[in-house]
Design a protein. Structure first.
Length: 439
């Protein structure tokens, strides 16, 4: 009894305090639920994309012949690939460059005629036993234009599906040519006498038919990608996770504002004849320098440490102005968000938990953990509202697509607008609380 009464009193007191902290309860229950929901939906859709849901590609058929139609049919018959037909090659490539689709397949003119002609030559050579090489006829051409951001399992899956369909078309044409050739030979033979006995036969090596290429599948690059290093995991992960680290500055920044308010430091600073907005800009500048140092550290890891561990070297490129512009916009957005949380939040625990989880959710929606094109359609629409997604989009335009200027203008302006909105919100909330005498 001596211990139970104080114990129950303590439990009751803590539950009462927790019940009054509605923001804390919201963080404890709602935020983990949202985080689980977002991450689960994103990762589940990746698995579906790799096995269940069809991959949406663009097909530009400039041939229109039988082999091209057979190729389209074989490519989609498994149900794993969906084709959207496009008449103009420029429109198909533009959709891939924008990131709307991950692959544009272009069937070049004359593919059906070239495949049919080449298969007849190969079959006739085999039947006649001619060991000389066939005439150098150009094979049919299929070109694949990948979005540079598509890598790993997606790229391998798409490429394997296209090559398998092209191989199936090749064998269908060879079998049709072989059937036609044999039918012609048998029609020319005289009727066999009844007493005829099969004493021997001529053998043909059919394996050589599969060793020659009737359809070539190539992966030319877009014009602006000529001479560019092929993107790899390092080119994508280094900017992605460096931005993730930059936005985590919201936790210590918001915490510092909370501590200043609780310890009375903020009140003493307000006595000085300096506008509060100057203090906000000073915090942005100070923590911005920390973010720049953090970004430099991640770049050093990508350039120096990762190659020692067997990974490719991170290629920074030469568009330093665009990199600096996006970086400054991302730093401003992260610092401004931290200031807003620190101004609105009531305790360090609140801002640390809410800040950390909101950054993780923004990273998941923005494509840091899983590419945006692998997300469900609803999640892709939500990713358009993620500041981390804007920053990553701009960085990947520079490091992977080799863009700059016009390509990064939209995400950079969105980051700047987000930073301005957060600072304006923090300033407005502070003035409201100051007039109410609550600061």
């Amino acid at each position: 009894m001596f211990f139970t009464t104080p114990l129950w009193a303590t439990i009751k007191k803590e539950l009462l305090l927790l019940g009054r902290d509605r923001a804390g309860l919201l963080i404890l229950f709602v935020m983990p639920a949202v985080l689980v929901l977002v991450i689960t939906l994103v990762q589940d859709n990746v698995l579906k994309k790799m096995g269940e849901s069809p991959l949406e590609l663009i097909l530009v058929d400039q041939d229109g012949g039988k082999a091209a139609r057979d190729f389209s049919r074989l490519l989609t018959q498994s149900g794993q690939i969906g084709l959207r037909r496009e008449e103009r090659e420029t429109a198909g490539k533009a959709a891939v460059e924008r990131g709307d689709f991950q692959l544009c397949i272009v069937i070049r003119p004359g593919m059906s005629d070239e495949v049919r002609r080449l298969s007849r030559v190969m079959v006739r050579e085999m039947v006649e036993g001619n060991e000389s090489p066939p005439p150098a006829l150009p094979p049919g051409r299929i070109e694949l234009y990948f979005d540079p951001l598509v890598m790993g399992g997606y790229r391998s899956s798409m490429l394997a599906s296209v090559k398998m369909a092209a191989m199936a078309v090749q064998f269908e044409e060879l079998l049709a040519a072989l059937q036609a050739e044999l039918t012609g030979l048998f029609n020319q033979l005289p009727p066999l006498p009844p007493e005829f006995e099969l004493s021997g036969h001529t053998s043909w090596d059919l394996t050589e038919l599969g060793e020659r290429e009737l359809i070539t599948v190539t992966e030319p690059r877009f014009a602006h990608e000529t001479g560019v290093v092929v993107p790899d995991s390092v080119q994508q992960n280094v900017p992605a996770w460096s931005l993730f680290g930059i936005f985590f500055i919201v936790v210590p920044l918001a915490g510092s504002i909370i501590r200043e308010r609780l310890t009375g430091t903020l009140g003493r600073l307000l006595v000085m004849p300096v506008p509060f907005f100057v203090f906000l800009l000073g915090k942005v500048a100070a923590y911005g320098l920390v973010c720049l140092a953090q970004f430099g550290l991640i770049l050093a890891i990508g350039k120096l440490l990762l190659p020692l561990l067997g990974a490719p070297v991170f290629e920074l490129g030469d568009n330093y102005g665009a990199i600096l512009l996006v970086l400054l916009a991302a730093v401003a957005a992260a610092a401004a968000y931290g200031i807003l949380l620190g101004t609105v939040g009531r305790s360090y625990e609140q801002v640390s938990m809410f800040g950390a989880m909101s950054v993780v959710i923004a990273a998941a929606l923005g494509g840091v953990m899983v590419p945006v094109y692998a997300m469900p359609e609803t999640m892709q629409k939500l990713s358009q509202f993620s500041p981390l997604g804007w920053a990553l989009e701009a960085m990947l335009e520079i490091f992977v697509r080799q863009g700059g200027g016009r390509e990064i203008l939209r995400p950079t302006l969105l980051l700047a607008a987000f930073a301005a909105a957060c600072l304006a919100g923090a300033w407005s909330y502070f003035n409201h609380r100051e007039r109410a005498g609550k600061f």
